[in-house]
Design a protein around this ligand. Structure first.
Ligand code: MN3
Length: 200
């Protein structure tokens, strides 16, 4: 079965004023759709059209650059939409404990993730991952992610922040740091917690 765009769990303007509606609409309907279309095209005739994204990521070194870029793009954005939401609260339960253990506090995690995103040269992603049962922060270039067998920072991503300019330029222009500061107002911690439990 061909890959397809996941349903967005909220409206384009739901993350205003932190992420503007126009950015959301273009990001989802143009950028993400293009990754999906180009992934399907790149997999055509390879016999791997029925593989899950996770299977493809784990073995990405044996695929073409088009599968790596567009498969990564599809995986990363699907995760990204799911961990965003209009009613952000705070981490709770085991995730809150693990964050305190690994980073001292939620502010410690924010600082580390924002620094990973701010220092990623060009385009890429900043990640919170589960690695051997522990939380770690890292970043990857382009549309790579920690599920890929080719990246240095391997793990199960439970929160990812898109630092491509298309994610923030309409509202924040070159101020990536302002975008990274604002995005914490729209994190769906319930989803991050769900992914944390599943990753353990
Ligand atoms: Mn993007």
């Amino acid at each position: 079965m061909a890959h397809s765009l996941p349903t967005l769990g909220y409206t384009y303007d739901a993350l205003e004023p932190h992420i503007d509606a126009q950015t959301m609409q273009i990001h989802y309907t143009k950028h993400h759709q293009a990754y999906v279309d180009n992934l399907n095209k790149a997999l055509e005739g390879t016999g791997d059209s029925d593989k899950t994204l996770e299977e493809i990521m784990a073995n990405i070194s044996s695929y073409t650059p088009a599968v790596r870029n567009n498969g990564g793009g599809h995986f990363n954005h699907t995760l990204f939409w799911s961990i965003l939401g209009p009613n952000s609260s705070a981490p709770s339960g085991d995730l809150a404990i693990a964050i305190n253990d690994a980073f001292g506090s939620l502010d410690g995690l924010k600082e580390k993730l924002n620094s990973a995103g701010a220092t990623r040269f060009g385009s890429g992603w900043a990640w919170l991952c589960v690695q051997d049962g522990k939380l770690v922060v890292c970043s990857t270039p382009n549309q790579d992610n920690p599920m890929m067998d080719v990246v240095e920072c391997k793990g199960t991503p439970i929160l990812g922040i898109d630092v491509w300019e298309h994610a923030y330029y309409l509202k924040y222009q070159n101020r990536r740091g302002d975008y990274l500061g604002a995005i914490w107002n729209v994190i769906n911690w319930n989803e991050v917690e769900k992914r944390y439990k599943a990753a353990l």
